[in-house]
Design a protein around this ligand. Structure first.
Ligand code: PLP
Length: 285
């Protein structure tokens, strides 16, 4: 596989990052994941805008290749022959000489930029989307700036492990009795035809897929309500689902052991997945 590291396309085995990189030492970095369908990039503009926002919020310099990112994504897709899969992009604050909590002077350190692809044939036709997934709920003990897409993913990883141990697929995070989001996705319920999802704030990641799905839902005259909900409300909903760049719209059929609706994929999640795949493929670049 060919990867991109600081201006160079290299075989993955030749790629090198300093051990002093602040991404490695301090999780001082941000990332984006963009899906590839039919060899094209899904929602690329949204991911690029959010990357810029994450960098700004952390006072991190833009990598010098920022304006060429579309071209770099396309070239990696081509070099690695990706038809369906994803591109991972990471920017860290770079590798100053010593470990220090204080941010290095941007004049002396350049950000580290890394991109790589992951081939995922069958991504759009995923069997999980036919069956739906099962989630558990766990307490949300993450930091207070979840709107910034940082590489600090230890708690989400622990959450996925707790789900796995419980025989489930993922976890929904709960703070002050209300669902914030999934470990790596935004969370929704459907009740009496209304699509309910937590409003944007620093408590959740502003999902690029969320923005697109809510726009398509409103365009299709579906009612969207942006408010918080409890696990109990979710268990009594007609449907539940999550969204993310790598899973699109993924139905949730069980929460903490309770079946949602009929315990099978519901019509709203099914329709939203179809609309999202159709529309975002049409707009892919
Ligand atoms: N929430 C969290 C915590 C995430 O990690 C992600 C994606 O990785 C999302 C939501 C969904 O965001 P997007 O639709 O931009 O992939």
């Amino acid at each position: 596989r060919t990867v991109f590291v600081n201006g160079e396309y290299l075989p993955e085995t030749d790629a090198k990052i300093s051990i002093f990189d602040r991404g490695f030492l301090m999780a001082d970095g941000v990332y984006e994941v963009t899906s590839v369908l039919g060899g094209k990039l899904i929602d690329f503009d949204g991911h690029l805008k959010r990357l810029e926002r994450s960098l700004n919020e952390l006072d991190m310099e833009k990598p010098s290749e920022f304006d060429d990112l579309l071209e770099i994504h396309r070239k990696l897709v081509e070099l690695n022959g990706i038809e369906e899969g994803m591109i991972y992009l990471q920017v860290t604050r770079g590798a100053p000489g010593d470990r220090d909590f204080v941010f290095p002077d941007p004049a002396e350190t350049r950000p580290t930029l890394v991109l790589f692809t992951q081939n995922k044939p069958g991504l759009a036709d995923s069997p999980a989307a036919q069956k739906g997934i099962k989630v558990i709920s766990i307490e949300d003990i993450r930091w207070g700036r979840r709107d910034i897409k940082t590489v600090q993913l230890l708690y989400p990883s622990m959450g996925k492990m707790m789900a796995k141990k419980a025989g489930c697929d993922d976890a929904w995070l709960v703070e002050e009795g209300k669902v914030t989001e999934g470990t790596s996705n935004n969370a929704y319920i459907v009740k009496d035809g209304k699509i309910i999802t937590r409003a944007l704030s620093n408590d959740i990641l502003h999902g690029i897929t969320r923005a697109a799905v809510l726009r398509f839902a409103r365009e299709a005259q579906m009612e969207v309500v942006e408010r918080s909900f409890t696990i109990e409300e979710a268990q009594q909903a007609d449907e539940a689902f999550v969204t993310s760049a790598s899973t699109f719209v993924m139905p949730v059929v069980e929460i903490d052991g309770a079946e949602i609706g009929e315990g099978a994929v519901g019509p709203v999640a099914k329709r939203l997945r179809e609309i999202y795949l159709d529309e975002s493929l049409k707009a892919a670049v």
